[in-house]
Design a protein around this ligand. Structure first.
Ligand SMILES: NC(=O)C1=CN([C@@H]2O[C@H](COP(=O)(O)OP(=O)(O)OC[C@H]3O[C@@H](n4cnc5c(N)ncnc54)[C@H](OP(=O)(O)O)[C@@H]3O)[C@@H](O)[C@H]2O)[C@@H](O)CC1
Ligand SMILES: [K+]
Length: 506
């Protein structure tokens, strides 16, 4: 699903109005119908619903929902904040329609002496104060109203976006100036802000409501941000023909493991094999020999000269993919080996670096310059900050990822609830699969194995990273069904990878 900016949404909106014979009022009516249906499916008519409407079309949506709920016999109290004496045409029209209803509990707030209603835990607040037309962070009376809503026990549903939150970047926005929604009903598209963890407390659960804006315009509009869903992963996956051999599915090298961390190599290797690599070699210290041969007999073992650490990374074959990092530790000898490998890596083929490889590079940052273009690094927030400096917010971190990805021409897969695959052209692909069960030791090693396997099979690095993240999350979802979110082990995720790919392709 494409994620558009407010400006792009306005332009798609305009295109729909100009080319599909719909008026702006009809779009408000469609949005309100979808929101009302959602509320009706969740709460009974006896439930008290308190609606706060602002002066623009977010408010128009809210007023129209109020009318629809009253018509369905709901117990609704509506407040319209017309502080500046200026309503959008759609808002004014919907105000008029509400006033035509006998006994509607409607208050228009025009000055400062507003007495807020009691918002107890059995109240549902519908927040239609501000949506995509927000100009600047909320202040004054609106700030007080937001604080009042946030301080209440009520269940809060926000229309489009929580009021006070910008759809994209929220650098100067304070938590107290934004509605903290339990549910956000986004009109037609989710927003970039939904995928940045700093905003999770504002957005709550979210759902997209389709108001049938022009599909043609949506398809042809360029985008910078994208939410990867199952159908997108299906489109990326290539079916396997009947007349194929393992030679068709690539040859990968996984440099992984050290004394006490051989599990990382095992999990990476299992995941690579379960995601269909043709041939896999694991380069590990000698201490890993028995462990790997016994637990992943399908993989070839290539012994380092050293007993307990990796000291020598050389390519003995022309591998289609080389992944380095799971469990290698940060021994000086390993850092040296990694440094000389990256500096002398002459094939120009993109590398995949994870975990301790990133920790090693963070102490030798010049190595980032030496990475072949389109190499993939897969840091979590801590590893990212060790590489690129401390960040106070996830938003700042994402902005740095966009800059650094462009600067070094590498793909940065930033792990999180919505793992972001940041590409050098500035595009970000957010992953939608996965669950908290994936926050378990070894989970990242499994992801590395999957991405390496896809790279070896000939998927271009950007696709291998995006598809790898989706398959990993999806395998985690299957594993959580079996073992629960507390009980998922990374090895379960690795084992479920093959089934995940099958289910995605069906
Ligand atoms: N996607 C779609 O196609 C559709 C979207 N729809 C809905 O429309 C919504 C967007 O509507 P919108 O453009 O009218 O903007 P909205 O957020 O209501 O606010 C504008 C008003 O707020 C004011 N204002 C701004 N900042 C302020 C501040 N800090 N403090 C105080 N005031 C401030 C601003 O004042 P002004 O800038 O004009 O001075 C103006 O009066 C969208 O979120 C969705 O819900 C659907 O109806 C149908 C189709
Ligand atoms: K809102």
């Amino acid at each position: 699903m494409k994620i558009f900016t407010n400006e792009q949404i306005r332009s798609i909106d305009r295109y729909t109005i100009e080319n599909e014979g719909v008026t702006s009022l009809e779009l408000v009516e469609r949005a309100a119908t979808a929101i009302a249906c959602e509320l009706i499916s969740r709460w009974r008519p006896s439930h008290r619903i308190c609606i706060f409407a602002g002066p623009g079309n977010n408010g128009a949506d809210a007023l129209a929902v109020g009318r629809m709920l009253i018509e369905q016999g709901y117990n609704v109290e509506i407040f319209l904040f017309n502080i500046f004496g200026k309503l959008s045409d759609e808002c004014a029209y919907n105000r008029k329609r509400l006033l035509e209803i006998d006994n509607a509990d409607f208050t228009e707030v025009v000055g400062g002496n507003f007495q807020p209603p009691d918002l107890s835990s059995d109240v549902v607040v519908l927040d239609g104060l501000f949506g995509s037309g927000l100009r600047e962070p909320l202040t004054g009376g609106f700030q007080s109203l937001v604080s009042y809503i946030n301080g209440s026990e009520a269940y809060v549903v926000s229309i489009d976006v929580p009021s006070g939150l910008f759809g994209e970047w929220n650098e100067n926005v304070l938590s107290r100036n934004v509605v903290h929604a339990d549910l956000t009903l986004a009109i037609q598209f989710p927003r970039l802000a939904f995928f940045i963890v700093d905003n999770a407390e504002f957005i709550g659960e979210w759902k997209v409501l389709d108001i049938e804006l022009s599909q043609q315009e949506i398809k042809s509009s360029p985008y910078d941000y994208f939410l990867v869903e199952k159908s997108d992963a299906r489109n990326m996956l290539r079916p396997r023909g009947l007349f194929t051999s393992k030679a068709d599915f690539g040859n990968a090298l996984l440099v992984a493991g050290s004394y006490g961390m051989m599990g990382a190599a095992v999990m990476g290797a299992r995941a690579a094999l379960r995601s269909g690599v043709g041939k896999l070699t694991v380069h590990s210290p000698r201490c890993g020999y028995n462990i790997l041969q016994a637990s992943v007999p399908e993989a070839l073992f290539q012994a380092d000269h050293h007993d307990i650490a990796i000291t020598d990374i050389t390519l003995k074959h022309d591998y289609n993919a080389v992944a380095i990092g799971p469990g290698i530790g940060t021994h000086d000898v390993t850092k040296k080996a990694l440094e000389s490998f990256i500096i002398s890596h002459s094939s120009g083929k993109p590398l995949l670096l994870d975990a301790d490889a990133l920790n090693c590079i963070s102490q030798r940052r010049h190595l980032l310059d030496a990475l072949p273009p389109l190499s993939i690094i897969t840091p979590h927030a801590g590893e990212f900050d060790r590489l690129f400096g401390e960040h106070n917010t996830a938003e700042e971190r994402l902005k740095t990822a966009i800059e650094q990805s462009a600067y070094y021409q590498i793909i940065i897969l930033l792990k999180g609830r919505y793992t972001a695959v940041v590409r050098p052209d500035g595009k970000i692909y957010f992953n939608s699969s996965g669950n908290p069960g994936l926050a378990t030791p070894g989970s990242g090693d499994v992801l590395t194995g999957i991405i390496a396997s896809f790279m070896a099979q000939g998927y271009i690095p950007a696709v291998a990273a995006t598809l790898g993240a989706f398959v990993h999350g999806y395998a985690g979802d299957i594993a959580a069904e079996r073992h629960g979110r507390y009980g998922v082990l990374a090895s379960d995720v690795a084992e479920c990878t093959g089934r995940a790919i099958r289910d995605i392709m069906q």
